[in-house]
Design a protein around this ligand. Structure first.
Ligand SMILES: CC(C)(COP(=O)(O)OP(=O)(O)OC[C@H]1O[C@@H](n2cnc3c(N)ncnc32)[C@H](O)[C@@H]1OP(=O)(O)O)[C@@H](O)C(=O)NCCC(=O)NCCS
Length: 145
């Protein structure tokens, strides 16, 4: 059975393994992950939540509330994609945002994930233009909570 729990410092390593193992960031997109690590402070201080089947970590999300509510990270492990883990995590994030009194969550999407977010009810509101090591345009979406 899949459950979702608050991430702790113990999960820092597996969270980064899921991120670095993501084939969605192969090719030109890999530049975004080169030298990148999800900070330990983000795991323990922000709303970072982990989906597990009891034994293994399947995926996680990180919702940052300040300065504006934003879904900063969302990853399902390559081997676990396509079986509803992303939807479970997303619905958890939406309920958490609602419980925190949030009206809308910003999402700067990895381009291949845009239609997942649209399917989850987010609306495209703009574009983030290339900056630093991100040499591609990214869709910006807003999720009404
Ligand atoms: C995007 C991601 C989180 C989706 O997780 P997932 O567990 O594979 O998604 P689910 O199995 O829960 O799919 C939920 C629904 O979204 C659809 N969906 C999933 N990924 C999709 C995509 N890339 N495009 C369009 N639809 C998608 C599924 O078909 C499913 O639809 P259904 O419920 O009507 O059958 C996952 O593919 C992922 O981690 N990608 C790599 C990292 C990434 O890009 N993260 C986003 C960073 S902004």
């Amino acid at each position: 059975m899949i459950s979702i729990r608050r991430a702790t410092a113990v999960d820092h390593e597996v969270i980064n393994a899921i991120v670095q193992g993501s084939s969605a960031y192969d090719g030109v997109y890999r530049a975004m992950l080169d030298g990148y690590e999800v900070p330990l402070s983000q795991v323990v201080q922000e709303e970072t939540w982990l989906a597990t089947d009891g034994a293994d970590a399947l995926g996680f999300y990180s919702l940052v509330l300040e300065p504006e509510p934003e879904l900063d990270l969302m990853f399902v492990a390559d081997s676990e994609q396509g079986r509803g883990v992303g939807r479970l995590l997303f619905e958890h994030m939406r309920a958490l945002a609602k419980a925190r009194g949030v009206a809308a969550v910003k999402i700067v999407s990895h381009p291949p994930a845009r239609d997942f977010y649209r399917r989850m009810g987010a609306i495209e509101v703009g574009l983030a233009y290339p900056a630093r090591n991100v040499t591609w345009v990214r869709p910006i979406l807003s999720l009404p909570v």
